[in-house]
Design a protein around this ligand. Structure first.
Ligand code: ADP
Length: 266
């Protein structure tokens, strides 16, 4: 990229970490995102709520470049995601450049997706060693600290199959943190767990929030959203229906669609 292009692509460094404008995405003829706007400041926690099929996962995947957007723009930390913006036109970045952008964003999925043949600590060390070229010794020390942080310091040598779902998800969180992301995306991180294991995972996410990690969390856990989110965003059928402080959106929703959704949860 030329310096001039970089200047055009870059936004001034502000409190804002994520800036998404008019994001659209279709699968075949199904328009799943119909012009989503979202701003997330550094250190903020945004919870995305909404009925199944409303586009929440797709939007997270667009932020992380796992999906290519059809229209709109997404900046993370001032950098346009997936594209270079030159002469008023968008040029798709090369896969290598996209991979570099993606490395700055941690993502935790519904299913934990750990490597089954690796121990907990090996799972956490994998990306720093393979992708960043970090030394094994250094990486092991950091991975141990991360597993301590998610309360699994004593399970480093366990294989995923020997861990509960909640423990596996906590390893997955440690693995995402190992890449020192600027932003964490959580896609229904507790929905595949037995109810008694949900709390331990939410507690880890809550601690991360307290430590100032910027995150976007797709969740159906309303009490978590109420307590932890700075902003909740209610989506339905590919649009943001309303967004605001949890107390406002959850306690006093303005739109019928939000009211109906919240009533159904009770
Ligand atoms: P949510 O996370 O709110 O449940 P999703 O983003 O998972 O919603 O899905 C929104 C819509 O997009 C659904 O109708 C879903 O079937 C569709 N969809 C998601 N991913 C794909 C895909 N890879 N191919 C085709 N359709 C998809």
């Amino acid at each position: 990229m030329t310096a001039a292009a970089a200047a055009e692509t870059a936004q001034p460094r502000t409190e804002r970490l994520v800036h998404a404008v008019n994001v659209t995405k279709s699968f075949h003829h199904n328009e799943v995102l119909k012009g989503i706007d979202l701003d997330v400041d550094r250190g903020q926690v945004v919870c995305l709520l909404g009925p199944s099929g409303s586009g929440k996962t797709t939007f997270l995947r667009c932020i992380n470049q796992l999906e290519t957007i059809d229209g709109g723009r997404i900046w993370v930390d001032g950098r346009l995601m997936g594209y270079d913006d030159r002469d008023g036109r968008l040029y798709r970045l090369k896969n290598k450049q996209i991979a570099a952008q993606r490395r700055e964003i941690g993502m935790v999925f519904q299913r934990f997706n750990l490597f089954p043949h690796m121990t907990a600590i090996e799972n956490v060390m994998e990306a720093p060693v393979q992708v960043k070229g970090e030394g094994k010794k250094e990486s092991r020390v950091r991975a141990q600290a991360l597993l301590d942080r998610v309360g699994l310091g004593d399970r480093c040598t366990a294989y995923p199959a020997q861990l509960s779902g909640g423990q596996q998800q906590r390893v997955a969180i440690a693995r995402a943190l190992a890449m020192q992301p600027k932003l964490m995306l959580f896609d229904e991180p507790t929905s595949a767990l037995d109810p008694e294991l949900v709390g331990e995972v939410l507690a880890v996410i809550r601690e991360l929030a307290d430590e100032g990690m910027t995150m976007i969390v797709v969740t159906h856990e309303m009490s978590f959203a109420r307590d932890v989110a700075d902003t909740v965003v209610f989506m339905d059928a590919g649009v943001v229906v309303e967004a605001g402080r949890p107390r406002e959106v959850l306690g006093n929703p303005q739109h019928q669609r939000t009211k109906t959704f919240l009533t159904r949860l009770h």
